[in-house]
Design a protein around this ligand. Structure first.
Ligand code: GUN
Length: 283
């Protein structure tokens, strides 16, 4: 029998904890969320992020910019927010329009306000296993594994996908927790030969039915980070209905990692607020 990893429940508990902590502060943390253009998925995510901020008592400031916004204009806005003491965290929703360099933007947000954990300084800290702001989706994935007491030490973990947002950082976090990690990607020759050996699979590609029942071994833990719109439904990378029967634990889509991403963003905003007031990180 498999157990469903309930991301909604775990995220709800985390938000409650954040809400209580925010209530004790003498001012409210502030998060700036920047959306460029009119990508419908990005619009949904950004609205959800600002709604959840409100729920836990974080002030959110939404900046909606035209799709033709120049890199210069965006850099100017980030510079202004970097210097604004009411803003503790800055999030620029990805993907960005073609005229804007993602790396340039990510490098301009001050590391201490980088609640996405994408800045080279924060990515470097993750590599060094030092405390720093960490990317939200990978962090949410790790929290789910921990919540369900899934042991990582010495386990064979296959991460599918090598994005800067999920694949690479989650592989590093798993390595830091002493798992043996294989990163597979679009050029991997025989994906199935890897996944069949895995104790844990984390799939972060965005391709429907990428992971099927014949590709996994009995008792596997499956974390599905994929998010694909399928008609009016949302689905992940994993053929859930068939794969679940072979699993010990599996995340659904929706209701798995998704809610954890936003809860971790709120947690990072609170951590950034505290850090900027001289409190020790993670306290
Ligand atoms: N687009 C998809 N996921 C993310 C995320 O975690 N942060 C940002 N800024 N953009 C995204």
């Amino acid at each position: 029998m498999y157990e469903i990893i309930d991301g909604r429940k775990v995220a709800g508990e985390l938000r409650e904890k954040i809400k209580k902590e925010v209530l004790m502060l003498d001012s409210k943390p502030g998060l700036a969320v920047i959306l460029i253009g009119n990508n419908p998925a990005s619009q949904i995510y950004v609205n959800l992020k600002t709604k959840m901020c409100k729920e836990v008592g974080i002030n959110s400031y939404k900046y909606e910019l035209d799709k033709d916004t120049s890199q210069e204009q965006l850099l100017e806005l980030i510079d202004k927010l970097n210097h604004d003491n009411n803003i503790n965290g800055i999030l620029v929703q990805l993907p960005l329009p073609k005229q804007i360099s993602q790396n340039k933007i990510v490098e301009t947000v001050l590391p201490k306000k980088d609640v996405d954990g994408f800045h080279p300084v924060n990515q470097g800290k993750l590599l060094l296993n030092e405390q720093g702001l960490q990317a939200c989706t990978p962090r949410g994935t790790m929290k789910l594994l921990k919540y369900y007491n899934i042991d990582l030490v010495g386990k064979d973990v296959v991460v599918i996908g090598r994005s800067v947002i999920v694949g690479k950082p989650v592989a590093q976090m798993l390595t830091n927790e002493n798992a043996t990690v294989t990163i597979c990607h679009s050029k991997t020759r025989d994906l199935k030969s890897h996944t069949l050996k895995a104790d844990i699979i984390v799939s972060a590609v965005g391709k429907k039915n990428l992971v099927t029942a014949d590709m996994v071994k009995e008792g596997v833990v499956v974390v599905d980070v994929g998010m694909i719109r399928d008609g009016d439904r949302l689905c992940g990378d994993v053929d859930f209905e068939n794969v679940k029967e072979k699993c010990s634990f599996i995340t659904p889509v929706p209701g798995g990692v998704g809610p954890m991403t936003i809860a971790c963003l709120l947690e990072n905003t609170l951590a950034a607020y505290k850090m900027q007031r001289g409190e020790k990180f993670g306290s």
